[in-house]
Ligand binder design. Structure first.
Ligand code: UDX
Ligand code: UDX
Length: 457
């Protein structure tokens, strides 16, 4: 039996390795992490991350050909293929701080691989990395004194949180970048055959290493750009009477544009979009491509604008003061069906409302533990409340931040009864029935549509 090792048991590494184990029973898959608590959690039924279908997937393979361990040296030594999914956050110090990718964990991992390896291995770059990182990795690995041969492949992961299991099982494509050398192509074929256990061959795309690394950054940049584009039109619609939903539908029906990723929002969050675009911006600046850098940076700046605009709209609608007013934020996760709050717009919105001396109450079905960490500096002034009805009680306003399905079907007449009047709803995801809310008595502020208000504008 061949051995696969996954280094990094996070949102990417954990689910990906579990899927490989399930689909490739001829491989023994071990996942390691420097964080021992994470490994304990992966070995329990309280997994460290929430993802629909993940627990069932892990349970189906764990103990058979899927194992979680902290013994990094042993498993490096035993592995034939190593997938590296350690985090590559934005650098917070030195050259490129705030934009470039911090590759220290990646490099440390490469050096550990060198240190503990005794046999040749295929190293698979799963983490999103700057273009040409594989070259640096190859050089570190090739510097091993034992003369062990390593092949580095780029195999970026395109899964989205909340739908990770489906994305892994039925990917749009699997991208594998390899060097066009004899051993590079052989390594590529090993990985192609691995995925071919469940992914149709025509969906497995082989490219050179740099195209593969670049494609991951480009895919995230394009997706984020669509959201910023639709969000950029929301203030215009609010003023003119155009309806962003109608506009989105009308443009999305053009098959050249397509209807995905055109939902207006309080701004995109998540661990990847901002980080990867800033990484692209940094690389462009580094290579002297100022205009290209400015072009992509605008996608992030538009997102910041959308977040702040949401809080300003709350403030201006509520008579320019929210001091002392209870405001219930419905949702804290960066999107529905995850407990992940990394880069969630909710963080900024909660902080800005707190700065205005609002009494912020936060409810979310999965993300309150993370909210507690994200807002630790202002936690004394914030209320975390799992029950949305309790959160809304005595509030002047509800603001929908995350598009959880359960917020669509709450009893809004009951919520209205329990709130201060005039009662406001700010729908940062456009998931509610705005006319019906208005009829209940709410003053309704959708995104990209004129508000429905009971008093003069
Ligand atoms: C992260 C990045 O966000 C993403 O861009 C990249 O493509 C893959 O890595 P994610 O899985 O969401 O994705 O990160 P995270 O949940 O933080 O998991 C990374 C894991 O690696 C953590 O559990 C961390 O403890 C572990 N790690 C980190 C190691 O095992 N070794 C290290 O040296 C550093
Ligand atoms: C993204 C990419 O989709 C995925 O391919 C990559 O591997 C990692 O980054 P993720 O961040 O998990 O995945 O979720 P995604 O569904 O892309 O949503 C990102 C953010 O954009 C969320 O805050 C979401 O609410 C927001 N969004 C998405 C919108 O505001 N409008 C949309 O139309 C779609």
């Amino acid at each position: 039996m061949k051995n696969i090792l996954g280094i990094g048991a996070g949102y990417v590494g954990g689910p990906t390795m579990a899927m490989i184990a399930k689909k490739c029973p001829e491989y023994r898959v071990v996942v390691v992490d420097i964080n021992p608590q994470r490994i304990v959690a992966w070995n329990s039924d309280q997994l460290p991350i929430y993802e629909p279908g993940l627990l069932e997937l892990v349970q189906s393979a764990r103990g058979k050909n899927l194992f979680f361990s902290t013994d990094i040296p042993k498993h490096i030594a035993e592995a034939d293929i190593i997938f590296v999914s350690v985090n590559t956050p934005t650098k917070t110090f030195g050259l490129g701080a705030g934009k470039a990718a911090d590759l220290q964990y990646w490099e440390k991992t490469a050096r550990e691989i060198v240190k503990y390896s005794k046999t040749p291995k295929i190293i698979v770059e799963k983490s999103t990395v700057p273009v040409q990182t594989a070259l640096a990795m190859q050089r570190i690995l090739d510097a091993n004194e034992a003369g062990i041969h390593f092949d580095v492949l780029s195999n970026p992961e395109f899964l989205a949180e909340g739908t990770a299991i489906r994305d892994l099982e039925y990917p749009d494509r699997v991208l594998i970048g390899s060097h066009e050398t004899e051993s590079g192509l052989k390594a590529r074929d090993v990985l192609v055959n691995l995925y071919a256990n469940w992914v149709p061959r025509e969906k497995i795309l082989a490219t050179n290493v740099w195209s593969s690394e670049m494609s991951k950054l480009a895919a995230n940049a394009f997706l984020a750009q669509r959201i910023s584009s639709i969000n950029s039109l929301t203030p215009f619609c609010e003023i003119t009477g155009a309806n962003i939903e109608e506009v989105g539908k009308a443009i999305g029906m053009d098959s050249r544009i397509g209807h995905y990723f055109l939902k207006p929002s309080v701004g995109f969050g998540g661990s990847c979009f901002k980080k990867d675009i800033l990484n692209l911006v940094y690389l462009c600046e580094y290579h002297g491509l100022k205009e290209v850098a400015t072009y992509w940076e605008q996608v992030v700046l538009m997102n910041e604008y959308q977040r702040t605009r949401f809080t300003r709209r709350i403030l201006s609608a509520m008579f320019n003061t929210v001091a002392g007013k209870r405001i219930a934020l419905f949702g804290f996760a960066f999107k529905a069906n995850t407990g992940d709050t990394r880069e969630s717009s909710a963080i900024r919105i909660a902080q800005e409302l707190w700065q205005e001396h609002a009494k912020v109450v936060i409810t979310d079905p999965k993300a309150l533990d993370n909210a507690r960490i994200d807002l630790k500096d202002i936690l004394a002034d914030i209320v975390l409340e799992p029950d949305p009805y309790q959160a809304a009680r005595g509030s002047h306003a509800i603001a929908i931040i995350t598009e959880w399905d359960e917020y669509r079907t709450l009893d809004y007449a009951k919520l209205y009864q329990s709130m201060e009047k005039p009662a406001f709803i700010f729908d940062g995801r456009n998931i509610l029935k705005h006319r019906a809310l208005y009829d209940i008595g709410f003053n309704v502020y959708p995104l990209g549509k004129p508000p429905l208000i009971h008093f003069g504008k």
